[in-house]
Design a protein around this ligand. Structure first.
Ligand code: IVH
Length: 668
């Protein structure tokens, strides 16, 4: 039986490979189904036999109840962008110069830039053990349960001599046809429609329940490897890709090798641009890489991106459609944002029927009326926007800010000197209260992951949740009695609420949803004042002393904490058991960089500027905005410009981000 079972697995995996990787079906559906049924019968009868590479293991994994973080053994990098041919060519001219070569002698490999989600697949002795998202490049999330449903990913590498360890890196994405199908079904079922294939892929992969993913026809195409421990010797990137195909992966279509002269880049781009719409998947550009691995190594990295590869992005796409109406959406902080409702158009691979109009000043600037034909622009990930009026409508209706909030009917006001109009309903406005609760519970802040946005809406409508403090008095009954919920899910919600009680000051301040105070701002404030009473007591002037906190944010923070309603809510949260340690004081003796002046330049991948600055200041250094002879050291992120050049000229010590982090780790 065992041999028969193993042969059946190999057979079905071969058929899957032919169908999902080679696009070349070799068997009828009926025969396939029959074999699959036989496999399931054996597995039901002998559950101990079930092999991890059995095609049955793609489906039926249990839903996860939390995201598990995975630290990448080799960092997952990102790419710097080029927006035209000149920038692309200049990138490789610089690379050639660093290598003391002629650009026309560089072997370049070009691949479509697939618009999905970066994924790393970990194979141990040929078996897929886990899959993770890129996350911040260092730490991603375990998404094995949904990734396993992708049939173009082999569960077992196609080789009798698998490497001990192999990490395959590539893009998981939703082909155009699957995207259209997914959205058609969503419309029919009245569920969420995705704005573009990338969001659809990300939304599917990050589902807790893998069942959803099995129905969504995702694909995976590799573009490189991470950790590798095996016998193959590679000298070129293109060899790695060819090897991955032998191991059972799909090939990125329209990939080419050529010599890096200007004419070759021009031809390649034109070819790809002409082809873009015909490709079965959405691509947002072309990735050009130096093919020779030895040269890649010599070029190395700057901060988070390699100096041997660049993404040439396609320009934004525009189209014309009619403005049908303008609705006003009330955000978490009460701001009313005009949203354009449009006759749906298909632009750059996605159907657009809404676009942002930002604010009333923008509408005035565009001289926009309902009924006009407008040009809309869609650029990659961003929400489509209205660029201009193309033809005035035959009947033009003015766009008017409502006098009363569309959600709670409270009067709408405009703050002097600001573009935004706001609802004055405060915490009594449903849009604001429920949005604030969602913000508080969100992953970025208190991370109450079983209290999702839908559940908040329902609990808000039943009256169980009126403000963020109510979260901590929810009972199992409040939840278990709701449609689609039971005792088990109620307990999960209560557990994650309980777990959220222990937090940090920065997270807590961010979770309060103070206007314009995001994750970073809140952390900066927490680090500066170190405890909540100090923040509560801070005046606008005190707050403006905090690095990176401007006058508007300072005003919002002071205003928030002086409001009695807010004070009462904070007290209730603390009384419910929300707690955090005070931020540590830095003793003066632990300031190894005291007296030094440092300069930060370029983009850092793992830290924000203000975090890096805060670290340096904690270690006693002064952080200056420009390089001079007095500078002790420059930390250069990617795309560092003139400051880096100046530091080089002056012979000042330069650290890249990794070196900086290593040093900081030593010092703290
Ligand atoms: S190479 C070290 N090749 O683009 C560089 N990336 O903007 C590793 N992407 O995170 C990336 N298609 O998710 C590479 N053919 C391709 C790609 C590709 C899509 C994505 C990838 C990466 C992002 C960078």
């Amino acid at each position: 039986m065992n041999e028969h079972y193993t042969a059946l697995i190999a057979q079905i995996n071969d058929w899957d490979h032919a169908y999902y990787v080679l696009d070349n079906p070799v068997i009828s559906d009926a025969d396939y189904d029959q074999a699959f049924k036989k496999l399931l019968d054996i597995e039901t009868q002998y559950p101990d036999l079930i092999s991890p590479d059995s095609p049955s293991q793609r489906v039926g994994a249990k839903p996860i109840d939390d995201y598990v973080k995975i630290k990448h053994s080799v960092r997952m990098l990102s790419l710097s962008n080029a927006f035209n041919l000149e920038e692309t060519f200049a990138f490789f001219e610089k690379a050639a110069k660093d290598l003391e070569l002629n650009p026309a002698d560089l072997d370049i490999f070009s691949e479509p830039k697939l618009d999905g989600l970066a994924i790393t697949l970990h194979y141990d002795n040929g078996l897929l053990t886990y899959a993770a998202t890129r996350g911040d490049g260092q730490i991603g999330e375990d998404v094995t349960h949904t990734i396993k449903t992708i049939k173009s990913i082999p569960l077992k590498l196609n080789t009798p001599t698998p490497p001990k360890e192999l990490e395959v890196r590539g893009e998981a994405f939703m082909p155009k046809a699957a995207f259209i199908k997914t959205n058609r079904l969503a419309l029919e079922n009245d569920s969420r429609v995705f704005v573009n294939p990338r969001n659809a892929a990300a939304g599917t992969i990050r589902q807790m329940n893998p069942k959803v993913a099995t129905e969504r026809d995702l694909q995976f195409i590799p573009y490189g490897i991470g950790a590798y421990e095996g016998d193959q010797q590679f000298t070129k990137h293109s060899e790695i890709l060819a090897h991955l195909q032998q191991l059972g992966f799909r090939k990125n279509p329209e990939s080419f090798a050529f010599k890096g002269d200007f004419a070759a880049f021009t031809d390649n781009y034109q070819h790809m641009e002409n082809l873009r719409l015909e490709l079965p998947m959405e691509i947002d550009g072309i990735v050009y890489k130096v093919d020779d691995l030895d040269l890649q190594n010599r070029l190395g990295f700057i901060a988070r991106s390699p100096k041997w590869a660049v993404a040439r992005k396609f320009p934004a796409q525009n189209d014309v459609t009619q403005l049908l109406a303008v609705d006003f959406q009330v955000g978490r902080t009460g701001v009313l944002t005009p949203v354009a409702r449009l006759t749906p158009v298909f632009v750059g691979g996605a159907t657009v029927s809404n676009a942002t109009l930002h604010n009333m000043d923008e509408i005035k600037r565009l001289d926009l009326y309902i009924g006009d034909d407008v040009e809309i622009q869609r650029a990659g990930d961003v929400i489509p926007k209205v660029v201009k009026v193309v033809t005035a409508g035959s009947q033009r209706d003015p766009i008017v800010m409502p006098e009363h909030c569309p959600v709670c009917q409270a009067p709408v006001e405009r703050t002097e000197g600001q573009a935004a109009y706001r609802c004055t309903g405060g915490l009594t406005c449903a849009a604001q209260a429920s949005e604030r609760i969602k913000h508080y519970a969100s992953r970025k802040f208190m991370n109450i992951n079983n209290l999702g946005t839908k559940l908040v809406d329902v609990l808000y409508s039943t009256g169980a949740l009126k403000n963020i403090a109510d979260i901590y008095s929810l009972t199992a009954d409040d939840i278990a009695t709701l449609e689609g919920q039971g005792d088990k899910s109620a307990q999960n919600v209560l557990d994650s609420i309980e777990a959220s009680k222990s937090t940090t000051l920065g997270t807590f301040v961010g979770a309060l949803g103070i206007h314009e105070v995001g994750e970073e701002g809140a952390k900066t404030i927490a680090k500066y004042f170190k405890n909540l009473p100090a923040i509560q007591a801070a005046s606008v002037e005190d707050l403006q002393q905090v690095p990176d906190i401007g006058p508007v944010m300072a005003q919002n923070v002071a205003h928030f904490f002086s409001d009695e309603k807010n004070q009462a809510i904070i007290e209730a949260l603390i009384a419910a058991g929300v707690t955090w340690p005070d931020e540590p004081e830095t003793p003066a003796t632990e300031q190894p960089l005291a007296g030094e002046t440092w300069v930060l330049t370029g983009t850092l991948a793992q830290l924000t500027r203000s975090e890096a600055k805060a670290i340096l200041e904690r270690l006693g250094a002064k952080v200056a905005g420009s390089v001079s002879k007095k500078t002790h050291c420059v930390v250069a992120g990617s795309e560092a410009g003139s400051k880096l050049t100046q530091a080089e000229t002056l012979g000042i010590k330069i650290l890249n981000e990794d070196e900086f982090l290593a040093l900081v780790k030593q010092e703290t």
